[in-house]
Design a protein around this ligand. Structure first.
Ligand SMILES: *Cc1c(COP(=O)(O)O)cnc(C)c1O
Length: 423
């Protein structure tokens, strides 16, 4: 199917599977660990990467491939690799480039789990990270780069800060230093933000959030833009023969999408965080309505943000779609069709008062999640970000009274009424 020419909303519905004559309209679930071959020669060719047939579902599976194809089409990428969670996607995207002794630069406004991974866990394996203020001037960003720096990582729309990345500045930063620019595009999804068009080289997602959209399945994906020159002397793992794969040279043999081929054949093979076919099936189905949902999520969130901003019990509201937002101009530039379904606000009261308010909500449920069709709230200081120190929290503007709302696709009148009764 020539999905390239179709509108993104159509691709969300149709890309990834094209039934042949008399085949099922809806793709089935291939819940099989293994695949049968007629001859030893045939399976040998697959092991040599000369043939792309499936051998074993840790490496690839037809149902998982359909989801990969759909998300790849939506992002306009050159290849995708689905994984067991967003965290697996974040982790493998770093480990695919960095080894012990290497360093990378990350914007400091990130998902709490990503901050933990970057500041503690990766360090134990000899990979260090410098966090930068993403709003700083390019000269400041350049100061964070060291001789052993291997990549730049940022979120397009940060969780939970809702800070919009200045893509133009970051693309320049990456180009000047000849570093791959990796974007976590979980919050806007490909429907609202187009990172490859703004200079990103690799896009990752937690598909657990909006892409699945129904809170059924953990999952993650890495999409290769196929637009980075790995042959600049800094990435021998991409240009030199891979000893663990009888001499494959990823950049030379897989010029189109070396990043995902390498991540699949080395890291997925060795670490094993594969997506189950059943989760791939559910995520694929959720993704079909992504364009519709993102439209409603964005519309409802803007409406709730405007209303909360005027409420006397509300100290402040952060949502890039608001005219009052410091990120409004960047939002218009990079998220022209909506600023997604999450807002944060400060409750006028203490840490304890904020918890009391949350307990009064009825329709909006206290759930550690975002991107679900159902409205939910989180109190980061006591929940998702409680492992961070007080200083780390303040550094990323998470105050004790901050509430993150994932606005669902219910009728806005009912969502608003729930907040009104609780406030
Ligand atoms: C949730 C999230 C992750 C981690 O994804 P999981 O699917 O929960 O492992 C990574 N990045 C962002 C921006 C997220 O919101």
């Amino acid at each position: 199917m020539t999905t390239k020419k179709l509108n993104i909303a159509t691709q969300a519905v149709q890309a990834g599977y094209e039934p042949k004559n008399t085949e099922p309209r809806v793709p089935g679930i291939i819940q099989s660990t293994t695949y049968k071959f007629d001859t030893a020669e045939q399976i040998g060719d697959v092991f040599d990467l000369k043939d792309t047939a499936h051998i074993y579902s840790r490496i690839s599976n037809p149902t998982v491939n359909q989801l990969e194809a759909k998300i790849n089409a939506l992002e306009g990428g050159k290849g995708a690799l689905a994984l067991s969670s967003g965290h697996a996607a974040v982790t493998l995207s770093i480990l695919n480039v960095c080894s012990a002794g290497d360093h990378f630069v990350a914007a400091k406004s990130l998902y709490g789990g990503t901050i933990n991974l970057f500041s503690h866990t990766l360090k134990k394996y000899g990979i260090t990270c410098t966090f930068i203020n993403q709003d700083a001037h390019l000269n400041e960003l350049n100061k964070a780069v060291q001789p052993n720096t291997k990549l730049i990582f940022a979120e397009s729309l940060s969780n939970p800060g809702m800070e919009v990345l200045d893509f133009e500045k970051f693309a320049t930063f990456a180009k000047q230093n000849e570093l791959p620019f990796i974007i976590d595009n979980t919050f806007p999804t490909p429907i609202l933000c187009r990172p490859f068009e703004f200079g990103a080289n690799i896009i990752i997602h937690s598909t657990t959030k909006f892409i699945d959209g129904h809170a059924t399945s953990l999952g993650g994906v890495i999409v290769d833009g196929g637009n980075f020159n790995w042959n600049n002397g800094k990435y021998p793992d991409f240009t030199e023969p891979d000893e663990s794969y009888h001499g494959v040279k990823y950049y030379e043999y897989f010029k189109n999408n070396p990043f995902v081929v390498k991540a699949r054949t080395q890291l997925l093979r060795d670490f094993g965080p594969c997506l189950s076919p059943f989760n791939a099936f559910l995520t694929y189905h959720g993704c079909q309505t992504l364009a519709l949902r993102m439209e409603r999520h964005s519309e409802n969130t803007l409406s709730l943000a405007n209303w909360l901003e005027k409420h006397p019990k509300v100290q402040w509201v952060k949502y890039p779609g608001l005219a009052s937002s410091a990120y409004h101009e960047l939002s218009k530039k990079y998220l022209p069709n909506g600023a997604s379904g999450v807002l944060t606000f400060g409750y006028k009261g203490s840490f304890e008062d904020t918890k009391k308010f949350i307990n009064k909500l009825k329709l909006a449920k206290l759930v550690v999640h975002v991107g679900d069709i159902r409205t939910s709230v989180v109190h980061p200081a006591s929940m998702t970000h409680r492992q961070l120190s007080e200083k780390q929290l303040l550094d990323i503007n998470i105050t004790p009274n901050l509430i993150r709302v994932s606005v669902g696709i219910e009728h806005i009148d009912d969502i608003r009424a729930d907040f009104e009764q609780a406030l």
